[in-house]
Write a protein that binds this ligand. Structure first.
Ligand SMILES: [Zn+2]
Ligand SMILES: [Zn+2]
Length: 275
């Protein structure tokens, strides 16, 4: 059997963090959809207010145990990988996992407050006005400086590189074609080590109705290809019905950027397949 990118889905969330479905429900949906390498990547603990997103507890013992039990349950049918989506503001280290995804969701102000990039317009506006003097492009520049910090840790996967565009459909807050925006995004991309890190093409903003195109934008993917980077298709699924959402669209985007292959994560290591 030849592999396709949809055999692998390793950016997924469950009720252990902010996912809508249980781990068992997510795994069953993945298996039914043809996934053979299913990874769970709940949000690592980050000291944010409880009403601004659900994350794992600092002690991840129970999380590990339940995921490893699931691995035993699916043995011979589907590989279950133990992962973690680590945030640049997390107060735990991403060690002891099969893989981890390095992501930026927050900027921390000098006032100690966390401002989410993706939690809603009110948060974005507060970040713009309280941290950046009303300059929306500066919010994006601050976000990409955080991405540089994550990239320096050489995550196995870099999460949703340009998540800061999530609420910016129609350039509502800032112009994604502005030289300042592009320079900041490219600087973040250039901080990523193509030998150490996979860049994900993530449909989470599309499945949830925020964007019409996956992350990241085409100009960033084209540059990543020139850098010799490799990609992985992910859904960032927060519900069982989106485990392999939009992989066809992501494959088309990858091909438009000049990629011919995608990488799958397996328990035996990364494997490449044709797009
Ligand atoms: Zn994320
Ligand atoms: Zn995620």
């Amino acid at each position: 059997m030849s592999l396709t990118p949809a055999a692998c889905s390793v950016h997924t969330h469950t009720g252990f963090c902010d996912g809508k479905n249980t781990l068992a429900e997510m795994a069953a949906a993945a298996y039914a959809a043809g996934v053979r390498y299913y990874g769970v990547s709940c949000h690592a603990h980050t000291p944010i207010p409880a009403d601004e997103g659900a994350v794992l507890p600092r002690d991840m013992t129970a999380y590990r145990r339940v995921v490893l039990n699931l691995r035993a349950e699916y043995a011979g049918r589907m590989e279950v990988l133990l992962g973690l989506e680590w945030d640049s503001q997390s107060d735990v280290e991403p060690v002891g996992f099969d893989y981890w995804i390095g992501s930026v969701h927050y900027q921390k102000g000098g006032n100690g407050r966390f401002y989410a990039a993706d939690w809603g317009e009110k948060q974005f506006i507060a970040c713009r006005d309280e941290l950046f003097g009303g300059d929306a492009l500066a919010v994006a520049e601050g976000y990409f400086r955080e991405v540089c910090r994550v990239a320096a840790k050489k995550p196995p996967i870099l999460g949703h590189l340009d998540l800061i565009t999530k609420l910016n459909a129609g350039n509502r807050f800032f112009d994604e074609a502005a030289p300042r925006y592009k320079a900041a995004a490219l600087a973040a991309l250039h901080a990523v080590d193509p030998a150490a890190t996979l860049l994900e093409i993530n449909t989470g903003g599309v499945s949830r109705g925020y964007r019409t195109e996956p992350y990241p934008a085409l100009f960033l993917l084209e540059e990543w290809r020139r850098m010799g980077g490799r990609i992985i298709l992910t859904s960032d699924a927060h519900s069982a019905d989106t485990v392999v959402y939009g992989y066809g669209q992501s494959a088309a985007l990858a091909k438009a950027a000049g990629f011919a292959k995608s990488t799958l994560l397996t328990l035996g290591g990364p494997v490449e397949c044709a797009l």
